[in-house]
Ligand binder design. Structure first.
Ligand SMILES: Nc1ncnc2c1ncn2[C@@H]1O[C@H](COP(=O)(O)OP(=O)(O)OP(=O)(O)O)[C@@H](O)[C@H]1O
Ligand SMILES: [K+]
Ligand SMILES: [Mg+2]
Length: 717
């Protein structure tokens, strides 16, 4: 959890717990401390600050109200009377209350930003002058530089007890890291080179061991900087939906301004010319002040609700898109499975000694920094007592790193006597093709054994050599991975929300199918390259679907960038975090369920309050129109259905109600309308009923009550 947010409760933390606890978050109610009346008082100075014309002009509805308030104040100064002063006062209060809504929504973020600022580092970093695989860190030359001077691609050495000076990826070593300064979680996490858990954040602390980090962030553009800007709302931009709604509100406002202006000559002709104060009051009740006041607070609160769940949304647009997501793509390893895909057994081909296979497997993995590669070395050591070969023999080694495109890794060795030997391990299809390319025969067992491992949900890695005996398959490594606990139920929940889940993996179709079945996803895509993932997203989007994607690997980055909602795991590589538009600090892939709920809640809240805003103006016309013309057209008195005391008390009550309803709705705008999984159609009907009807009826009662009080005031009765 983010620091300085005491209301938060600890969240499910699969990475640390070692398994995905079915996060209770989905059912966790918005933290009860999300809104407390004291916040209104605390945010008052900020609300008054926002009375500046430069701020007001950004909100057309509020701008018109403040212009009206200025006008009535002027007329109160020229022709003082109680009515004009009271109306002026309440019009200003209307603007202050509207500002208050925004100020309260922003207030929480400011506290969090203060805590995050403290984590920003001004430490000294040890920059390595050269680094390559195998560099001896004990003797490597380093220079001390200020953390703020680090540039992308700089390589720094960080030891236990030290602050990580900048965002980056671990490229050598493994360490326990305390990320509480950023995530608020005190349990340490493991960060290691090679895999999809290499991302580290500047300002976090290394607890054990020593790691080499390649810096990825430009100065001033670190993750922490972005987080601070985000929670502070500094980088907040209006979303397309907000802009559209704002245009609608502005147009309505202009129309009503014209209507009111045109009313005066007509009224004068009929002998019922109105005072400025009455005309302004009419205008303010006509224009949609409620939603105009609450709109931005609703958006900020939506982002904030995500922060409460430890999700950082880099764009408000992504939060809205989350509310309408149709398809969720997840990668398999580390997202659906635990991700510590480990070598469990060596399976030799007929006629091959297991020790020989193990030796080749180990050789191909010595420089393979992926968790898979490291686990092969460990298994060879544990099972066959194999030690790392003599460095002297390996000086002429050309290491072939694993890539998602080639699906292979290995080494080309040149022995001192000039003989050449190549070893490869990788996906069955690729390794078989490699052997055949050099004219080797592949026994049918190679495919058969691989399929057997895959059918059980394991990942087979074929091992082949090409030496003086020619190219041939020696056997396979059985990699095991485990489907996370409770993930089936979470997918079922997504299905109820109308979201289709698709697993994408670089693994072979048989493994993919076995895991897909066990996890209960709706569909899967196997042997997917990064391009395939991207193409799949584009295809879905062309069909008009909104696509969400969660991932952590560098090979997920293009897809994360293309997805409408791209959630990167905080554990992931910096490429993935850079590409997505949200980061989950808990690295919990099923967090998307909560993200979708929050997105839906945001859309529903905005819809509900817009409905309420428009319908709740109706009652105010019934208060004001009869009051305006009762003198000229006594027949209009029958419209005074509320039986309001007098024209002045009626108009005053309508304006007071119009202002108070904003304050009354601030908690709802911040907390959000309650969301229950239901079809969009049912939700719409329910909301129209509750908020439309509520908006229609409530003001009749409210204005009547206020009128009873107002009519007691001398000068208004
Ligand atoms: N270190 C490695 N060396 C050689 N081959 C590997 C290595 N790691 C994985 N492979 C092979 O490459 C295939 C694709 O791996 P990749 O990591 O791209 O996909 P994945 O992890 O299965 O999928 P995802 O991460 O998208 O869930 C694997 O199925 C395996 O056969
Ligand atoms: K109004
Ligand atoms: Mg992977």
């Amino acid at each position: 959890m983010l620091p300085a947010a005491p209301e938060q409760t600890p969240s499910a933390h699969p990475e640390r717990a070692g398994r995905a606890r079915p996060a209770r978050g989905a059912r966790r109610r918005a933290p009860s401390g999300l809104f407390e009346p004291a916040q209104l008082v605390r945010s008052l100075p900020e609300a008054l600050h926002k009375l500046h014309p430069r701020v007001l002009v950004k909100n057309p509805v509020l701008f018109v109200v403040s212009a009206g308030a200025a006008l009535t104040t002027l007329s109160a100064l020229l022709h003082p009377d109680v009515f004009t002063w009271v109306i002026s006062l309440w019009l200003w209060l209307t603007v202050v209350f509207a500002n208050l809504a925004e100020a309260v929504a922003e207030g929480r973020g400011k506290a969090q930003a203060r805590a995050l600022r403290r984590a920003r580092t001004d430490t000294v970093a040890l920059r390595l002058e050269h680094w390559s695989y195998g560099t001896n860190l004990a003797t490597a030359r380093t220079e001390a530089v200020a953390a703020t001077d680090l540039k992308p691609l700089d390589v720094v050495l960080v030891a236990a007890g030290e602050l990580i000076p900048a965002d980056g990826d671990v490229i050598d070593g493994v360490a326990a890291v305390d990320e509480s300064a950023v995530t608020g979680e005190s349990a340490p996490v493991i960060r290691e080179a090679g895999g999809d858990r290499s991302g580290v954040t500047g300002g976090t602390t290394v607890l054990s061991d020593r790691i080499v980090v390649r810096v990825s962030a430009r100065p001033g553009h670190s993750f922490l900087d972005r987080m601070i800007a985000l929670v502070e709302g500094a980088s907040r931009q209006k979303t397309p939906n907000e802009i559209a709604l704002n245009i609608l509100l502005a147009s309505l406002t202009i129309v009503f301004v014209l209507v009111v202006v045109a009313l005066q000559p007509m009224g004068a002709y009929a002998g019922a010319a109105q005072s400025t104060t009455v005309l302004v009051a009419l205008l303010v009740t006509l224009i949609p002040t409620t939603i105009g006041a609450l709109l931005s607070a609703i958006g900020i609160a939506g982002m904030d609700r995500l922060v409460q769940r430890n999700v950082l949304a880099m764009s408000g647009r992504a939060v809205e898109a989350a509310g309408d997501v149709n398809t969720l793509l997840l990668d398999k390893t580390g997202t659906i499975t635990l991700g510590n895909r480990e070598a469990a057994a060596f399976v030799p081909m007929p006629g091959v000694r297991e020790a020989h296979l193990a030796e080749a497997a180990q050789l191909s993995s010595l420089a393979d920094e992926t968790p898979e590669g490291r686990s092969v070395v460990v298994l060879a050591k544990n099972r066959h007592g194999l030690r790392t070969p003599d460095q002297g023999a390996l000086t002429n080694a050309h290491w072939v790193a694993f890539s998602a495109q080639t699906r292979m890794s290995g080494v080309d060795l040149r022995w001192p006597n000039g003989a050449v030997c190549a070893v490869r391990k990788g996906a069955a299809g690729q390794v078989i093709e490699w052997v055949r390319r050099y004219g080797g025969q592949v026994p049918p067992e190679a495919q058969r054994y691989s399929d057997a491992v895959a059918a059980g949900g394991g990942t087979p890695l074929l091992v082949a050599v090409h030496d003086w005996d020619g190219p041939r398959v020696l056997g396979l490594i059985h990699l095991k991975d485990v489907v996370k606990d409770g993930i089936r139920e979470r997918f079922a929940e997504l299905r109820r929300m109308g979201i289709r889940t698709v697993m994408i993996t670089g693994d072979n179709p048989l493994t993919a199918r076995a895991i897909a079945q066990e996890a209960g996803v709706d569909d899967y895509l196997a042997e997917a390259t990064p391009e395939d993932k991207l193409a799949l997203i584009r295809r879905e989007q062309e069909g008009g679907k909104l696509v969400a994607m969660t991932g952590d690997g560098t090979n997920d980055a293009p897809a994360l960038a293309q997805a409408d909602v791209g959630v990167a795991m905080n554990t992931g590589t910096s490429a993935a975090k850079e590409a997505g538009n949200m980061v989950d600090l808990d690295s919990n892939p099923t967090k998307l369920i909560e993200i979708v709920e929050i997105g839906k809640q945001l859309l529903i809240t905005r819809g509900a309050l817009t409905t309420f805003s428009i319908t709740n103006d109706v009652a105010k016309y019934f208060a004001i129109i009869p009051a305006m013309f009762a003198g000229t057209y006594p027949g209009l008195r029958s419209l005074n259905v509320m039986g309001l005391h007098s024209p002045t008390s009626a108009i005053t009550s309508a304006i007071i109600f119009n202002a108070l309803i904003i304050v009354a709705l601030i908690p709802l705008a911040l907390r959000g309308v309650r969301y229950t999984p239901a079809s969009a159609h049912d939700l719409l009907r329910r909301n129209l009923l509750v908020y439309g009807l509520g908006g229609l009826v409530l003001p009749f009662v409210g204005i009547k009550v206020i009128d009873l009080a107002v009519s007691q005031v001398p000068g208004l009765g």
